[in-house]
Design a protein around this ligand. Structure first.
Ligand code: GUN
Length: 281
């Protein structure tokens, strides 16, 4: 039976460490500040952004949400980012995704100064991750690595299978696992005979965005299962893993909610502090 990895607990540990670093910065006269841009009225985004703001204040980071209507011209967002990039009191900037369809996502996220890019989505931070000179690393995959570290799961030599190839999770996750000396396979919607691959996984990361996509027959006995999914089904949150069928087969497994999600927010706070430290070096 799989031991449940308590992401909420570990996120609390991480947030305490971050709160101490915030305190140290404040003693030097620096108050870390995070600005979140919320464009449009995507219902999940609004609640994620509120969660991020609340978490920031809880560790002593000043946080502000800038809201823009869905029909805002992209140039207005680019100009706003230019101003925030130049503001010495702003250390972290995050543009909540998805953007309205008329905006060019990569152009917008790469307009954030790479030093303030607490999401790690700027091309320069993506490039650094791919050559192993990590700067700002995307929060969700970073949170997964922190969970594995806290749980003392040594992934050296493991076969890690990542389902999903998004820029936010799948690709950076694969890079981080590779850096930690796993053998990495990435599966996606066009992968043939995915089950043959997932059944070889010592570590399986599900980041597909399809509720309960991974079931017991997809999983090797004793595998570590990390569920990155946050799906709403009949008003309830569920992951990309069918927890009740997979949990008896796994050695460890993250639940949804209270698994990877709280770690994502904890890493956003950690990245904001890191950005503050870098900018005041
Ligand atoms: N939308 C879903 N996940 C994320 C994330 O990690 N960062 C941002 N900015 N938007 C998201």
């Amino acid at each position: 039976m799989g031991t449940i990895i308590d992401g909420a607990y570990w996120a609390g540990v991480s947030r305490q460490e971050t709160a101490q670093k915030v305190q140290a910065l404040k003693e030097k006269g620096i108050t870390p500040r995070l600005v979140v841009l919320l464009i449009g009225d995507h219902p999940a985004s609004a609640s994620y952004v509120r969660g991020k703001e609340k978490a920031a204040w809880s560790v002593g980071i000043e946080s502000e949400i800038m809201r823009f209507p869905a029909e805002t011209d992209e140039q207005v967002i680019l100009d706003t980012l230019d101003q925030l990039n130049q503001d010495p009191h702003v250390h972290g900037i995050l543009v909540q995704l998805p953007l309205p369809a008329h905006m060019n996502e990569q152009r917008v996220v790469s307009r954030v100064s790479f030093e303030k890019d607490v999401d790690g989505f700027h091309e320069r931070n993506v490039g650094a991750l791919s050559i192993g000179t990590n700067r700002m690393v995307p929060c969700t995959p970073l949170g997964v690595m922190e969970l594995l570290r806290y749980e003392k799961i040594d992934i050296t030599g493991m076969h890690a299978v990542v389902i999903g190839r998004s820029n936010i999770v799948g690709k950076p996750m694969a890079n981080l696992l590779l850096q930690a000396n796993a053998t990495v396979t990435i599966c996606h919607s066009r992968t043939k005979d995915m089950r043959t691959l997932t059944r070889q996984a010592d570590l399986l990361v599900a980041a597909v965005g399809i509720p309960r996509f991974v079931t017991a027959p997809d999983v090797k006995e004793g595998a570590v299962i990390i569920d990155v999914g946050i799906n709403r089904v009949d008003g309830k949150i569920c992951g990309d893993v069918d927890f009740s069928s997979v949990e008896p087969v796994a050695s460890r497994i993250t639940p949804v909610p209270k698994g990877v999600g709280p770690m994502t927010i904890a890493m956003l706070l950690a990245n904001t502090v890191r950005a503050s430290q870098i900018q005041h070096r």
